[in-house]
Ligand binder design. Structure first.
Ligand code: APR
Length: 229
């Protein structure tokens, strides 16, 4: 069985990484247009760099939770038949042992050089304006897909959605496109669809099945079911 899993901030919430739109979420304390757009970066790069430096430090202290662990177990069993598409910019899937992970919204651990286009491991806090290890220019920005920018690897994601048997969305509010539209694409191509979330989301009615509960409980239970345990 081929499975595509889409994850959002909710899967990392119990690891202590704040979500965006829940009470106490990141967009409650920060205006999107001040920190998460190309215009914000052009206007005030230092503020934007500091915002992502702080998030990188916080995310590096977080540990994967049983939901990340369960998806890694699922990959052990399914291999190439599982693709995780994450909107998350943390590394918790990889740290739990998953390797087939698409970071469609970029990664905190990566920097993008605006001079040469290289994507490189963040060499030091970006607010300090470190040199690009490839070209030497001081032109690194967070390798994060901001509002108004094109998410990564959409062709690969579309191919996977078109050929999967099951699409599962975990811990995402369905507020941000194109990810919020993946359930429609999967359905059009004949896949079954399942949503796992703490509460109903904006797109719950589009799924064949919705299971409500914390990711650390509902994800391992679902994985056990798939693996017949
Ligand atoms: N277990 C499962 N789901 C949870 C949990 C939990 N413990 N805690 C919260 N959730 C759910 C919420 O119910 C909500 O539906 O996670 C979802 C989080 O939604 P958002 O904060 O909107 O996060 P996300 O969907 O990942 O946001 C998408 O928006 O700003 C951008 O680029 C950012 O990738 C992000 C995108």
């Amino acid at each position: 069985m081929r499975i595509v899993v889409l994850t959002g901030a909710g899967i990392s919430a119990e690891s202590g990484v704040p979500t965006f739109r829940d009470a106490g979420g990141l967009w409650e304390g920060h205006r999107v247009e001040d920190v998460a757009t190309p215009e914000a970066f052009a206007r005030d790069p230092r503020t934007v760099q500091r915002f992502y430096d702080a998030r990188r430090h916080a995310a590096s202290l977080a540990e994967p939770n049983p939901a990340h662990d369960a998806l890694a177990r699922l990959e052990d069993a399914l291999g190439d038949d599982l693709l995780i598409v994450t909107q998350n910019v943390d590394e918790l899937h990889e740290r739990a042992g998953s390797s087939r992970v698409v970071h469609m919204h970029g990664r905190l651990a990566s920097a993008l050089c605006q001079a040469c286009g290289a994507r490189v491991p963040v060499p030091a806090d970006l607010a300090g304006d470190p040199a690009c290890p490839v070209c030497g220019e001081r032109a690194l920005r967070p390798d994060i897909v901001w509002f108004g920018e094109m998410p990564y690897e959409l062709d690969r994601i579309d191919l996977a959605l078109a050929s999967c048997d099951l699409f599962v969305a975990i811990g995402t509010s369905g507020a941000v496109y194109p990810a919020a539209g993946f359930v429609r694409t999967a359905t059009e191509f004949g896949a079954s669809t399942l949503e796992l979330n703490l509460a109903g989301s904006e797109v719950s009615p589009l799924f064949d099945e919705v299971r409500v509960g914390p990711a650390s409980v509902v994800v391992p239970a679902w994985v056990d079911e798939v693996l017949g345990r």
